[in-house]
Ligand binder design. Structure first.
Ligand code: 5MM
Length: 372
């Protein structure tokens, strides 16, 4: 589909701008919207999900240190090669999100990482934000950076083989947070990133994460998540982002990790879907949840409940987990080459469990059957 622009006067005369996809893309930067729509659909098709393996170097090192693994570039490369080389991974995983360091690396066989991902039957993607910084005049709140030079970086990533991108913004629940200033600044950043991505021919994965840290209850998380998502979609509309050609990567609606009342999986699924229905347009093809520090089995059970209880949701309800899918594999590997196969089997197992959860067919008994 090629989008052409109506005469400029036609747009300027409008009091309210028509929503995408009505002829709003500048002819100087014609975008193959149909290609992006197909790609976005492919990322959430069937019962597959995304593998988030885009931990920044500090985060990766932190997780390596906790598992007693050396923290250096060869170790990070070896671990990412282990993940990508997992036999059969493409049965459950449609796309893998790489980090800047990884997409610039080659495997030990000399293959560029994005190529290795594609060779494994998985669509390569890349995290393109450069992390969070303190938001001025908003104590305790952060804003995500990375818009400067983004057009050039996206061109480079596309040449390296990336076909989608990811940008994460974080929101902390406190007595007086998140503030409207923090929500607005981050929603604006997410929307500007998404528009630039589509212009560069990459599908944007838009990740507004309301953090689980805190003692707030489920209702408070629902209230905040809804406010954040409403702001994000208002900014996406302002920036003329094609909703059909993006993926939303939100948190599930959960009580804070320190909340004395922890809700059941059905309650979490109901709150999550109520929130999404209120704030996420049906044009978005897929919602790929982050795990946010949930234990792997619980994340699978909650994703399962979402799919089981809402089979006719307008969006695919998928996953884009990092910790909840990688954690057992990382622990088993421990930096030792002798453990690679066992670690890959653990990764494959969690991927299979989440694949079953996509169909509403995950059962705790599945945890007892793992290939060896
Ligand atoms: C929330 O983090 C994303 C999903 O991971 P979980 O499933 O573990 O919550 C993840 O893609 C994250 O954005 C990357 O790990 C990068 O995080 P850092 O902190 O390294 O930028």
């Amino acid at each position: 589909m090629t989008i052409t622009q109506p005469p400029r006067g036609a747009i300027e005369a409008c009091d309210t701008e028509p929503a995408f996809p009505a002829n709003l893309i500048d002819p100087a930067t014609l975008v193959d919207v149909a290609g992006l729509v197909d790609l976005a659909k492919a990322l959430v098709a069937g019962d597959k999900g995304l593998l988030a393996m885009d931990e920044s170097t500090p985060t990766c090192n932190e997780r390596f240190a906790a598992a007693g693994i050396e923290q250096n570039e060869p170790a990070r490369r070896a671990y990412r090669q282990l993940l990508v080389g997992t036999p059969g991974l493409c049965e459950c995983i449609s796309g893998a999100i790489l980090y800047d360091e990884t997409i610039r690396q080659h495997t030990s066989y000399g293959v560029p990482f994005a190529q290795a991902v594609a060779d494994a039957g998985i669509i390569p993607g890349v995290k393109v934000d450069i992390g969070e910084t303190a938001l001025a005049a908003h104590p305790g709140e952060q804003v995500t950076e990375g818009l400067d030079g983004l057009v050039d970086r996206l061109g480079e990533y596309h040449q390296m083989g990336a076909r989608f991108a990811k940008w994460r913004a974080v929101f902390t629940i406190g007595n007086h947070t998140p503030t409207s200033g923090c929500i607005d600044a981050n929603a604006s950043g997410l929307a500007r990133y998404a528009a630039v991505c589509q212009q560069a021919g990459l599908v944007p994965v838009v990740e507004p994460e309301v953090l689980m840290a805190g003692d707030h209850n489920l209702a408070r998380c629902e209230e905040v998540t809804e406010a954040v998502l409403r702001a994000v979609f208002a900014h996406l509309a302002d920036q003329r982002v094609a909703l059909e050609a993006m993926i939303l990567k939100p948190n599930m609606v959960l009580p804070g990790s320190a909340c004395p009342t922890q809700s059941g999986v059905e309650e979490v699924a109901d709150a999550t879907l109520r929130c999404l229905r209120r704030a996420v347009p049906a044009a978005v093809p897929g919602v790929a949840f982050l795990s946010g520090g949930q234990p792997g089995q619980l994340a699978s059970a909650r994703l399962n409940a979402c799919n089981l209880r809402f089979p006719s949701a307008p969006w695919e309800l998928a996953f884009s987990f990092a910790r909840a899918i990688q954690h057992p594999a990382l622990e088993i590997w421990g930096g030792d080459r002798a453990n690679v196969t066992a670690a890959q089997n653990a990764l494959y197992h969690r991927a299979r469990c989440n694949q079953a959860a996509r169909r509403g067919e995950y059962r705790p008994v599945m945890e007892r059957t793992q290939r060896s």
